[in-house]
Design a protein around this ligand. Sequence first.
Ligand code: NIG
Ligand code: FE
Length: 410
Amino acid sequence: MTKLLINIKELVQIRDNKTSYLSSSMMTSLPSIKNAFLLIKDGVISDFGPMSDIPSIDNSKVIDARGKFVIPSWCDSHSHSVFYGTRSDEYFERLKGVEYNDIAKRGGGILKSCKQVNNASENELFEVSLLRVKKLIRNGTGSLEIKSGYGLNYDSELKILRVIQRIKDSLPIMIKSTFLGAHAVPKNISKKEYLDNILYKMLPDFTKMNLIDFVDVFCEKNYFSVKESSKIFSEAKKYNIRPKIHVNQFNSIGGVQVAIENQAISVDHLEKLNEQDIKYLKKGGTMPVILPGCSFFLDIDYCPVNKLIKNDIPFAIASDYNPGSCPTGNMNFIVALACKKLKLSVEQVINAATLNGAYAMGVSNILGSITKGKRANLIITEKIDSLRDLPYFISENLINQVLINGNEVI
Ligand code: NIG
Ligand code: FE
């Protein structure tokens, strides 16, 4: 059975199938068709165009999208959506002036989230995480990357990766799984011993179990050095696993260079950017991913996105959904925040949160734009005047309907 969307006020983000990502200069436009139709067959976009060209089709379910915009669903390429419990206590401490890094030094922060995950059973972790991701889908997320990294020992990292796999099996959206064993060093074990554990036990075993799509490292002072990151990336290469990296959140220590030299698929955070970093980012192939929700929640710098724009470097935006630095995965909020705080246009932000986000998790050949043959993961908006209304009505949900593989999500 087919599904036909008719009278679409504007069908947005139309791209050919050769465009896998957009450099900054291309991100200022958002190709669209006004008064359009879109045909879905077997969960895939099979045709679209102006209403004047609508084909005659029998036995099709029709959705009348009069007054509504249709855009690709959000592609959120950076999240830590599998976690247990909250860190709201630390949040209120921070509001009173205690620093994020000081909370981490005394064993809170990431290590606190690890304790919570360690104490939960796999089923408990699965139940809360599944609910969380279902909510994201209702908010328009149609593809999502999820990281481990709140386990920091073999059994708990495996527990998280198994939960991600179970979420993949339970839900219709595209989910990619990233092994972030190198998120912090656990207590009661030396860094050397923990690194060896990552390199020679977890990485090979979890790869063999088919639980990992990407590997990630928190490359930062007091966490993992450039040399350690490089070691993890070259070990991962043996298993054909491409890197991602948490880099330049607080300090620029050379992590961008090492990520790009190792063909990372994305470099994420980038609240700090120096000339050397820009030089490497210009080489291309690696997607910079900006996380404005983290800057907002931690009150730290926002990525100096103009440096990327000036050099025609592409960028994506993502949620960074996690209990410490961004306890929301609502991409509608992240999109609004990116306009407000990074001073981006709605065109730039939608490009960053769809096609470029898809590229940052290796799925831009099947998601992220209105392209024949791509999956029909779509957002149908409420009746609105302009796409600008989406980021303008900051915390309102202006989504009327979400389609995943052509099916309506309730
Ligand atoms: O992307 N920077 C490192 N990791 C996470 C936050 C981790 C936490 O505070 O739980 C991030 O911001
Ligand atoms: Fe993160």
